[in-house]
Design a binder for this molecule. Structure first.
Ligand code: SAH
Ligand code: SF4
Length: 394
């Protein structure tokens, strides 16, 4: 864009890089959808796949539409509840299929009403999901995991110390949201502008969603489908550490809101904090943000910036930050660092955070400081799965 010498549009290069990322990601795919008894889970299938399952058992395509409604609009988990389907077919379906939720290994509710779930999947792998209710209104965000562990190793992030075990499948990603909805009894899916308690999804749990793009995209398409859960793309935010080649695709295909974990304004520091920066440096990352198709003044890009004492929190850092993002429809989310046992950093002081926020705000960008929630149950980002791993397994 502004820089000669750096061809930011090089389509062939980007396309081949994208193929490489998708192929690598497929190596970490979850186990198949069949249970040991041979029944298949219908959750997480696309509409086309659901229709194909119906075709295999000799049923017409409209059955897939009916099932879709029962599974994603009504939240049914039993075929026997589906009173628009005749009994014999209910029985036939139950012999061959299941509608599953991930098992809740533990569930804790904070004194501030934040609720954390540890879900256990069929192969025993676990991931966390957090529901963060608004303090005032009856709405809230569900923070969803996309992988068990992470291939990246951001220095301040606890997930980064856990090797990637595997990607979560579409069923496991959408299943986190559905199980959280079960917990609040929010079925059937509220229609249109009807308020929702679980009103937004943030892909900010464990893992890098753009290194599991196929499953994340499939899950988000299910969640956004107007005849099911029907959550608007405007209510979904995908957070990435900066997988540049996949950002365009996510914007084009899903049109969800984008959050970018920036955390540093110079490449030398970002190389250290977010090692992926060595591959996709700040300049390329910001160029990808500038061309992100789903961004506008109404739907700004969120830059996440973890406040690390004495590392990235000076006034000069703040001024450089606003220079870098000048002209973008953006806001800056300042996240007080959340320490974990063995972490090498400290949280910035309150005056340092306030000063930083003021500079960003004076430059015309909203700069909310993330309100620490669920601290008594360790529900914060980067802390997920830490404590529960220490509990003895039953
Ligand atoms: N992998 C994605 C999304 C998951 S992390 C990403 O990196 O964006 C969600 C957010 O939590 C990121 O901005 C991440 O940098 C931040 N985070 C991770 N560990 C943290 C910690 N210990 N304290 C504060 N924020 C943290
Ligand atoms: Fe992975 Fe995000 Fe943690 Fe970095 S911050 S290690 S990308 S989960």
């Amino acid at each position: 864009m502004q820089d000669a010498g750096l061809d930011l549009t090089a389509p062939d290069l980007t396309a081949s890089e994208r193929e490489r990322i998708l192929a690598k990601s497929a190596l970490f795919d979850p186990p198949g959808i069949a249970l040991p008894d041979g029944r298949r889970d219908l959750v997480g299938l696309s509409r086309e796949e659901l229709a194909a399952e119906m075709a295999v058992i000799g049923e017409k395509p409209f059955r897939a539409k009916q099932l879709w409604h029962w599974i994603y609009h009504q939240g049914a988990t039993e075929f026997s509840r589906m009173n628009s389907i005749a009994k014999p077919l209910q029985v036939k379906l139950a012999e061959r299929f299941v509608i599953q939720r991930p098992e809740i290994a533990t569930q804790q509710t904070s004194t501030d009403d934040t609720r954390k779930f540890l879900f256990r999947f069929r192969d025993g792998q676990e991931a966390e999901t957090v529901y963060i209710p608004d303090r005032v209104e009856d709405r809230g965000a569900v923070c969803i995991s996309s992988q068990v562990g992470c291939t990246l190793s951001c220095r301040f992030c606890h997930t980064g110390t856990q090797k990637l075990a595997r990607n979560l499948g579409a069923a496991e990603i959408v299943g986190q949201f559905m199980a959280a909805r079960d917990s609040y009894g929010e079925w059937p899916s509220p229609k249109g502008d009807t308020p929702r308690l679980l009103s937004t999804i943030v892909l900010m749990g464990m893992g890098e969603p753009l290194y599991n793009y196929a499953n994340v995209a499939k899950a988000m398409r299910i969640v956004m489908d107007g005849e099911g859960i029907a959550l608007s793309r405007r209510r979904i935010t995908l957070s990435t550490s900066g997988v540049v080649p996949m950002m365009d695709r996510a914007g084009d295909e899903l049109g969800v809101n984008l959050a970018v974990s920036l955390h540093a304004v110079r490449d030398d520091l970002r190389d250290e904090l977010v090692p992926l920066n060595r591959k996709y440096p700040i300049k390329e990352l910001l160029a990808a943000c500038r061309r992100y198709p789903a961004a506008s003044n109404a739907r700004r890009i969120t830059f996440e910036y973890v406040m690390l004492k004495g590392i990235n929190d000076t006034e000069a850092d703040a001024r450089e930050l606003v220079r870098l993002i000048a002209g973008m429809p953006a806001k800056v989310n300042l996240i007080p660092f959340n320490p974990w046992p063995g972490s090498a950093y400290e949280t910035s002081t309150k005056p340092a955070i306030d000063k930083f926020a003021r500079i960003v705000m004076d430059a015309g960008f909203a700069s909310p400081v993330r309100d620490p929630r669920g601290q008594d149950i360790l529900a914060a980002c980067g802390q997920l799965r830490t404590e529960s791993r220490r509990e003895p397994r039953l």
